[in-house]
Design a protein around this ligand. Structure first.
Ligand SMILES: NC(=O)c1ccc[n+]([C@@H]2O[C@H](COP(=O)([O-])OP(=O)(O)OC[C@H]3O[C@@H](n4cnc5c(N)ncnc54)[C@H](O)[C@@H]3O)[C@@H](O)[C@H]2O)c1
Length: 258
């Protein structure tokens, strides 16, 4: 499964799933441009991409700003000649009782997790449609599939990602461009470190207990690691996945089966 010659952008690539994905694509042979709202972490990832022997470009981009991600995609095409893969991974989570969610909470969640994904797709699609090839891969979540009492807005945002990915797939199919979403489960990253602590605080469990409890619900018997997600993204980015579009691929060790 080679990604040789492909040019990719990964958003939220400074750590966690985004970083693992950038490095996995680079190991597969792609040149990988990385963005994050945290500039220094994006630069760290870029250095690791370079160490693998691939070309890279790093920039601070806030995906809630359409002009920033759009200008970055243009810069990547100017510098590398084309754009083959957009991984819209940047996302946030927040634990809060649903009756207390205010406009600031909702606006921030939907700006990053929905608008950010739409803007990233638009930025890439303009180039991919012209090339008549490309892959858009949006990172959703199994939280898209069921409601959870303490992060209603996160689950809603991820359900939106699954849905909007299908609309992207319809719009892009005639141009030879695919769009798919990936739905991870409980991935051992800073995001789950926060969830473990925040859910535990509200539900009365000490630090580390929530994640331990959730572990018992995973048939595969281990927590997901960022590389579990990265491998699926690499497959969807490859030529072998050229006839898969509009799908949401659950990668959660068998916890949720549909
Ligand atoms: N960790 C999990 O269990 C899990 C499960 C399902 C889905 N996901 C999704 O996977 C994606 C990555 O999650 P993670 O666990 O690696 O999270 P993380 O918090 O470890 O990393 C997220 C990265 O996105 C960046 N980011 C946040 N807002 C941004 C913005 N506005 N513009 C650009 N970059 C921004 C952060 O700086 C950070 O580097 C998210 O979309 C998340 O919702 C995670």
């Amino acid at each position: 499964m080679s990604l040789q010659g492909k040019i990719a952008i990964v958003t939220g690539a400074g750590r966690g799933i985004g970083k693992a994905t950038a490095l996995r694509l680079a190991r597969g042979g792609a040149d990988v441009a990385v963005v994050d709202i945290d500039a220094s972490s994006a630069e760290d990832t870029a250095r690791e991409v370079q160490a693998i022997g691939r070309r890279t470009l790093a920039q601070r981009v806030d995906v809630t700003q359409r002009s920033e991600i759009s200008a970055f995609a243009d810069q990547v095409v100017d510098q590398f000649g084309h754009l083959d893969v957009m991984v819209a991974n940047a996302g946030i989570v927040q634990v809060k009782f649903w009756l207390e969610l205010d406009d600031v909470d909702l606006d921030r969640m939907f700006a990053v997790n929905i608008k950010g994904v739409i803007y990233s797709g638009q930025a890439a699609a303009r180039h991919m449609m012209g090339q008549r090839s490309g892959r858009i891969i949006n990172i959703a979540s199994v939280a898209a599939k069921f409601g959870r009492p303490l992060y209603l807005h996160y689950g809603a945002s991820k359900a939106a990602v699954v849905n909007l990915t299908r609309a992207e797939a319809y719009n892009l199919a005639a141009y030879g461009v695919t769009a798919n979403s990936v739905c991870p489960g409980i991935v051992d990253t800073k995001m789950w470190e926060y969830l473990d602590e925040a859910l535990g605080r509200i539900e009365g469990r000490p630090k580390g207990e929530t994640i331990k409890q959730r572990l018992t619900t995973i048939p595969m018997g281990r927590l997901e690691v960022p590389e579990d997600v990265a491998g699926v993204v690499a497959f969807l980015a490859s030529d072998e996945a050229g006839y898969i579009t509009g799908q949401s691929v659950i990668v959660d060790g068998g916890t949720f089966m549909e």
